[in-house]
Design a protein around this ligand. Structure first.
Ligand code: SF4
Length: 81
């Protein structure tokens, strides 16, 4: 069996701190795909004011917003960013 890719939350919760996982996932993005820090923080601030944010997760798409916001090419599912 190959290396665990931490694909399921239940695996993540058992094996790694979620925030460490978020930081690692963001750090692994290539520079060409990584949202610049300013854009990343702007996006997260929009999420913080959004009623669909629940414990770091977007209730519209199910993503961890700190991961979704990390890629330049992603967008908010209801076009808030
Ligand atoms: S991604 Fe969009 S819908 Fe989801 S919490 Fe952020 S602003 Fe709200």
């Amino acid at each position: 069996m190959g290396e665990c890719k931490l694909c399921l939350i239940r695996d993540i919760a058992e094996k790694a701190d979620i925030y460490e996982y978020v930081k690692k996932t963001r750090a692994m993005l290539p520079d060409s795909e990584k949202a610049p820090d300013e854009l990343y923080e702007e996006r997260l601030n929009v999420c913080l004011d959004c009623g669909s944010l629940l414990a770091g997760t977007c209730q519209k798409c199910g993503c961890y917003v700190e991961i979704r916001a990390a890629s330049k090419s992603t967008h908010c599912p209801i076009s808030k960013w």
